[in-house]
Design a protein around this ligand. Structure first.
Ligand code: C2E
Ligand code: MG
Ligand code: MG
Length: 694
């Protein structure tokens, strides 16, 4: 609040002003009264002065007239005038208290007394009839002298009185002037003092005001600071809350997909396990995306991330809003679903699993481009509480079921059954055995399966197929360990060994048996994504001194999916170098005809699953015939895989298939047996038989 001018001081100033004005007015009034009185006295004095002169003259003339005429009338007149003169004189004297006047009056009175005495003498003489005496007295020198004395005394007295009046008048005026001056000076002084007081008070007031303002400002600032502080505290609290929410979210949700994370779902699972009962069952689905690693390696991590995000959305859609799906990490997801219905409801469970499988049927669009990726879910399902009473147990069993789904060809769902445990243990064991086999390499062996030209019945090539002769378990076929080797990355070392061994064997056959065979080796997708793959192939050829057309490379359809630039480069370099390329297992994957156009293949190998059904119905045969014709149209030679019967070989020959490979002609053989096979095969009688058979 601003300090106002003090009210008491204003009142005091008003009182002083009013009092001063009252006093001044009183003084004016007093002056006015004095002035009037003085004026009146002056007028009276003038009148009295005239009266005295008149009466004096009348007294003298009355006395003289009385003396000369002897008429008593003039004596009376004289007495009357004498009285009037005395009264006028007294009145005049009364108008002044001045000593000088009274002194002057004294001599006048003295003269008057002598005059009165002489006149009385004259009057007495007149009354006694002695007019002469009276005349003599009145004309006597003495009388004239006294008369003059009286006159001049009177004149000086009047003069004195007039002077006194004048002085009084001047004194009154002077007092009035002084008064006016005094009032003006007092007013000036008062105004001056008032100004000083006002200034001091104003300064004090201003200072007070500025202090008040300062205080108010300080108070406002404090209030603002308080408000600011409150706001800050509020903001900070909100920030903390947000950070806490964010941390809680981060702790519980996967940043990439937005799904709940491992921690969240495992907590949830632990609650689910404690809630579960025979009548209230849950099922837990562990979902692994097939071939994700390959796609991630080939398309790059950005595409891999986008793929995971889309996969997460698809999983979410499949499980519905009543159920929960989380990302455990990498390409692994976990869905938990409650079975409200009583009893074991297989239908509901498989429905959700089916919906998940269904969701992955549509192609993925990554970076605006549509990909026909082999990404599919392998789902392992464990039931709570039947398949475990702890999170670890349930997770382990779902994991086991998931691996079973992978073993069943991927893109499928498997329920956990206790027997799977054994298989799982076997896998772990197998991996450790595979690692030790890789370190020594002496447990691996290449078998060679002949490939027969259907037109000439000549062995034109062999496919090198890996065999693992494990000291304890004996012969282990590729289907049992190649997927494991691919999953663990061990395939790179194995593939390297296969390449150099095939090259070595080719050289050895050329040197010792003069075989002119094209040896095909199988190459996994991980090998193709290696930058130095082509150089390694070149090195193998150079090391063993064989030409590039001696060894062919088989690439499966699934290896080509999502091929990256390195793979493409390797494939082009191999083709340019003269290496024959085969598209293996055609028909099992996506059978994308675009691959045939896109890559420089020399051979297309129809998968044995097609060949196996070739005799079963017209449509299967027509399909194979169509594939053969189409391949020829684009200058590809066709190999029929898994030919087991003469009829199959015949039909393939009819369809114009170029090469056949299968048990009908020979199983895959160790090299020394292949040598024997070749020796027998080349015998003229065998060739004859074959010719006849065809
Ligand atoms: P693949 O490349 O399609 O090889 C042909 C497979 O069919 C071989 O199985 C062969 O033994 C089998 N087979 C040949 N003729 C017949 C037949 O008439 N009937 C039947 N039922 N099967 C026949 P194998 O040797 O067990 O190899 C399986 C797969 O393992 C191969 O399929 C190939 O994809 C993979 N594999 C084999 N060796 C290697 C290798 O060195 N590296 C890589 N990456 N994969 C390999
Ligand atoms: Mg093959
Ligand atoms: Mg094949």
């Amino acid at each position: 609040m601003i300090a106002r001018f003090p009210k008491k001081i204003t009142l005091l100033a008003a009182f002083i002003t009013v009092s001063t004005i009252a006093v001044v007015l009183l003084m004016f009034y007093n002056y006015y009264q004095n002035a009037i009185a003085n004026e009146e006295r002056s007028s009276a004095l003038q009148a009295l002065s005239a009266e005295i002169t008149l009466y004096d003259e009348q007294r003298t003339s009355s006395a003289l007239l009385a003396a000369y005429s002897g008429d008593r009338q003039w004596v009376r007149r004289y007495n009357a005038v004498k009285v009037d003169l005395t009264r006028a004189f007294d009145n005049t004297l009364a108008l002044s208290s001045s000593k000088a006047v009274h002194d002057a009056a004294k001599s006048t009175e003295d003269a008057n007394a002598i005059l009165v005495e002489m006149e009385t003498k004259a009057i007495n003489a007149i009354e006694s009839g002695d007019n002469k005496t009276a005349i003599a007295v009145l004309n006597a020198h003495q009388y004239v002298f006294q008369k003059n004395r009286y006159g001049s005394g009177m004149a000086s007295m009047l003069k004195l009185i007039t002077k006194q009046r004048q002085q009084e008048y001047e004194a009154i005026h002077s007092r009035f002037r002084n008064l006016v001056l005094g009032v003006v000076a007092s007013l000036c002084l008062g105004a001056f003092l008032w100004l000083i007081v006002y200034r001091v008070i104003d300064m004090w007031r201003l200072r007070l005001n500025s202090e008040v303002l300062k205080r108010e400002k300080a108070e406002t600032r404090i209030r603002e600071m308080n408000a600011e502080l409150e706001l800050r505290v509020k903001e900070r609290t909100e920030e903390l809350q947000q950070t806490q929410d964010k941390l809680t979210h981060q702790a519980n949700y996967d940043e990439l997909t937005g799904l709940p994370n491992r921690r969240y779902i495992l907590n949830h699972l632990s609650k689910v396990i404690s809630d579960a009962s025979e009548k209230h069952q849950f099922f837990v689905m562990l979902i692994d995306l097939d071939y994700f690693k390959q796609v991630n390696d080939t398309l790059g991590h950005a595409a891999g991330d986008e793929l995971l995000q889309q996969a997460a959305q698809r999983l979410k859609q499949a499980v519905g809003s009543d159920n929960i799906v989380a990302r455990l990490g990498g390409d692994e997801f976990l869905a938990v679903s409650e079975i409200a219905a009583e009893g074991f409801c297989e239908q509901i469970k498989t429905n959700i699993a089916n919906q998940i499988l269904q969701q992955f049927k549509t192609p993925f669009i990554l970076g605006g481009r549509t990909y026909n990726l082999p990404i599919s879910p392998s789902i392992g399902i464990a039931v709570v509480p039947n398949d475990g009473s702890s999170v670890e147990q349930i997770m382990q069993n779902a994991d086991t079921a998931m691996y079973a789904a992978k073993d069943h060809g991927r893109n499928t769902a498997c329920f956990y059954v206790p027997e799977m445990k054994m298989q799982n243990k076997d896998n772990a064991m197998l991996e450790s055995k595979l690692r030790s086999a890789i370190s020594t390499k002496d447990q691996f062996q290449l078998y060679y399966q002949p490939q027969i030209d259907l037109a000439s019945n000549q062995v034109v090539g062999v496919e090198a197929l890996l065999r693992w002769i494990q000291p304890e378990d004996g012969l282990i076929l590729p289907d049992q360990f190649i997927p494991l080797a691919e999953d663990t990355g061990l395939i790179l070392e194995i593939g390297h060994w296969v390449l150099f061994e095939a090259a070595r064997q080719t050289r050895e056959w050329q040197d010792n048996h003069n075989f002119n065979l094209n040896v095909s080796i199988n190459v996994a997708s991980q090998q193709l994504t290696q930058k130095n793959f082509f150089n390694t192939v070149e090195q193998a050829f150079q090391e063993h001194g064989i030409s590039s057309d001696c060894i062919g490379i088989e690439i499966t359809e699934s290896s080509l999916i999502g091929c990256d630039s390195i793979s493409n480069q390797n494939i082009s370099s191999l083709s340019e170098y003269g290496v024959k390329l085969s598209l293996d297992d055609f028909g099992t994957g996506y059978s994308a005809l675009s691959y045939l156009k896109q890559y420089p293949f020399d051979y297309l190998k129809i998968d044995r699953s097609f060949i196996a059904t070739i005799l079963e119905g017209n449509s299967n045969a027509a399909l194979v015939e169509g594939i053969i014709n189409m391949s020829h149209n684009i200058n590809l030679k066709v190999v029929g895989e898994g030919t087991e019967t003469l009829q199959q070989c015949e039909l393939l020959r009819q369809f114009g298939c170029d090469i056949a490979q299968g048990y009908y002609y020979s199983n895959p053989l160790p090299s020394h047996e292949l040598v024997k096979f070749m020796q027998i095969w080349e015998k003229p009688e065998v060739q004859d038989l074959l010719r006849k058979a065809s």
